[in-house]
Write a protein that binds this ligand. Structure first.
Ligand code: ADP
Length: 335
């Protein structure tokens, strides 16, 4: 358009010198050609080539045949606004990727720090007892057995920690496949109740089913892993529950596909600010208490991993002074 306009205006000017004829047409054609190619060359060289470069950088892949067509024919048609939108979209995508990477990095750092801390406590304890024994306490009949037994407890704690870490890393890497079968959830709960009956008795606690949990409910899940989930939740309910308290398990049919299992206690409960992080590795609501109780801080993280591997969910409800309830969903078997 610009070339044509300039061509016409130059041709009109030439009319002042010569009457209309070959010269006028020549002036028009020459002006049009020069201006057109000049514009075209400038746009190509300084704008579209730069934009093409930006696109190449954004997509980071070599142009396929299709993209070559895009660069040659579609890109020059794109307005600067559209290009700017594309770049903005790309920048946002990148920003999100970077945020995820940063969060992972932070997570990794925290994990290593926590791990070192968790390992240090029992190792120092063993080191302390062994050096005291070697320093002479071994011959002291009043303390030698006690010190050895304390060192042994710390070693047990280390073994538990390594076992839990092993379990979690296997779950995370997907090394342990989920092998589902049909079974009655209440039977599994009863097995776990039996395993923990002594531990509950020591604290005068009762283990029972919630009223209304009637009939056998068949579920379709990985039985040993769901047992692990029940063990971790029931063990926590006993560990953190109050002396003389009650631990109850409820099993409910939510719809024709889902079963809901809930382990509740009437213990001290968990403060609201801890609830969103309670399933994180090594996170503890009450650090001093959890440490004396001797947990690894990985129990709930394992529960979450197992439930996620099943494609199911796990949640917690708790109120300080009232108690805690940990619930998870399971697939209902077609029985
Ligand atoms: P731990 O090995 O410390 O028990 P978990 O992952 O099993 O680790 O639990 C994480 C934290 O959640 C515990 O340290 C404790 O503070 C809190 N917690 C878990 N279950 C209960 C419960 N039933 N009642 C009160 N606090 C609980």
């Amino acid at each position: 358009m610009t070339a044509a306009l300039l061509g016409v205006s130059n041709a009109l000017l030439s009319l002042a010198l010569k009457p209309f004829g070959f010269v006028t047409l020549f002036v028009f054609a020459a002006t049009f050609a020069v201006v057109y190619f000049l514009y075209h060359y400038t746009l190509q060289r300084f704008i579209y080539r730069k934009i093409k470069l930006i696109y190449k950088f954004i997509y980071q892949t070599k142009a396929t045949k299709k993209e070559e067509i895009f660069y040659k024919h579609i890109l020059p048609e794109k307005s600067i606004d559209e290009v700017s939108d594309d770049v903005e979209r790309w920048a946002n995508q990148r920003k999100q990727e970077i945020e995820v990477l940063q969060a992972n990095e932070q997570f990794r750092k925290e994990f290593l720090m926590n791990l070192a801390h968790e390992l240090r406590t029992p190792i120092f304890s063993v080191q302390g007892y062994v050096s005291t024994l070697l320093g002479g306490a071994l011959e002291d009949e009043t303390v030698n057995r006690k010190f050895l037994s304390n060192a042994n407890k710390s070693i047990d704690r280390l073994v538990r920690l390594v076992d839990d870490l092993d379990e979690i890393s296997k779950l995370e890497s997907g090394k342990i496949p989920i092998i589902q079968e049909e079974f009655v959830i209440q039977d599994l709960v009863n097995d776990v109740f039996e395993e923990f009956s002594l531990m509950a008795k020591e604290r005068n606690m009762t283990l029972s089913f919630k009223k209304g949990t009637v009939g056998n409910i068949w579920v379709y899940a990985d039985k040993p892993k769901i047992k692990q989930v029940l063990v971790n939740l029931i063990q926590n309910a006993i560990k953190y529950g109050s002396d003389g308290g009650a631990v109850t398990v409820g099993c409910y049919v939510m719809d024709d596909k889902t079963i809901y299992v809930e382990v509740s206690d009437d213990g001290p409960g968990i403060a609201e600010e801890h609830l969103p992080r309670i399933f994180e590795r090594f996170y503890r609501a009450d650090r001093s208490r959890a440490r004396t109780i001797g947990g690894t801080g990985l129990g709930l993280a394992i529960v979450k991993h197992i439930m996620e591997a099943h494609g199911q969910t796990v949640n917690v409800r708790s109120k300080v002074g009232v108690g805690s309830s940990f619930g998870f969903t399971l697939e209902k078997a077609e029985q």
